[in-house]
Write a protein that binds this ligand. Structure first.
Ligand SMILES: Nc1ncnc2c1ncn2[C@@H]1O[C@H](COP(=O)(O)OP(=O)(O)O)[C@@H](O)[C@H]1O
Ligand SMILES: [Mg+2]
Length: 274
């Protein structure tokens, strides 16, 4: 193999260092928290919805922005079928469900319509959702991010004032690899990482036997290695999955559930940081 083609050239590496962008705050909210993970299917959306509702249970006003343009989950997870309205034709009014103000690209297209868009269109959709939505008197807006380290992450990191990011992952090696990439990206772009969450940590039988299906303590180890806060473990739980599929997140459906209590604990830990 030709030595010269191996690795990225210094010019290319130079181009990936952040420039100085203006970071616009999302109007109508005090704090913006992004829920991220570099990998898909690890439970970001499930975490985002339940975490938002846990903050609501602590008496905060909360909104959720579904920033996963190619795979929006919010309409189904929060059972929203309406389309957002606009009074002036310029600004959209978020749809309120379970006391949470919600916005998603999924409100604007049919459930099964694929978004066949190039990067710049995604960036422009993100700007519309952060600048042209009438979020009202929110304490927190929770951003449900897509997987990866692509256009959406970059837009949020460089052009929107994000107060912190929570990284969700399963404890599996293959997922952790992406977590490390995610941590490095946010560190490089100077977005504060509030902490890491270990999702699908274990499965517990009715008899109390625990199975570490995706491995054990992986996320906590990565958190320690990178000197980030570890926020807690959420087990693999059938009620959490059913609640997500039926459109009423568990924290809203059952305030006494042991998993709900874990979300509330995490919400308290995050709230203490603000
Ligand atoms: N702790 C958990 N226990 C059981 N099912 C879960 C858990 N976390 C997520 N799920 C399920 O896993 C799937 C993927 O979760 P999702 O939140 O959509 O991931 P992501 O947003 O990272 O792609 C969904 O079907 C969801 O209901
Ligand atoms: Mg998702």
């Amino acid at each position: 193999m030709n030595e010269k083609t191996v690795g990225l050239s210094n010019t290319f590496k130079g181009n990936t260092t952040p420039k100085n962008f203006t970071k616009n705050p999302i109007k109508g909210t005090k704090f913006t928290i992004a829920i991220s993970s570099a990998k898909g299917g690890v439970g970001k959306s499930t975490f985002a919805m339940n975490f938002a509702l846990a903050l609501k249970s602590l008496n905060y006003k909360v909104g959720i922005l579904d920033a996963d343009i190619y795979g929006p989950s919010l309409p189904k997870m929060m059972s929203i079928k309406e389309k957002p309205k606009s009074e002036d034709g310029k600004y959209m009014i978020p749809i309120e469900q379970y006391g949470i103000q919600c916005m998603s690209i999924g409100f604007l297209v049919d459930e099964e319509t694929p978004m066949i868009w190039r990067g710049p269109m995604v960036t422009s959709a993100i700007k519309t959702f952060t600048q042209k939505v009438l979020w009202k008197n929110l304490d927190f807006i929770i951003i449900d991010m897509p997987p990866g380290t692509g256009d959406t992450q970059l837009t949020f990191a460089q052009e929107i004032k994000v107060d912190g990011v929570i990284i969700v992952s399963t404890p599996q090696d293959i997922a952790l690899l992406d977590v490390k990439r995610g941590i490095k990206m946010f560190d490089k772009l100077k977005v504060p990482i509030l902490g890491l969450v270990d999702n699908m940590s274990f499965f517990e039988t009715d008899e109390g036997k625990k199975y570490n299906i995706f491995g054990k303590d992986g996320v906590e180890k990565v958190a320690n290695n990178f000197k980030k806060k570890f926020l807690g473990q959420i087990p693999l739980n059938i009620d959490l999955r059913i609640a997500a599929d039926t459109g009423k997140p568990l924290v809203e459906a059952n305030s006494n559930h042991k998993i709900t209590k874990i979300f509330v604990e995490i919400a308290k830990k995050i709230n203490e940081l603000f």
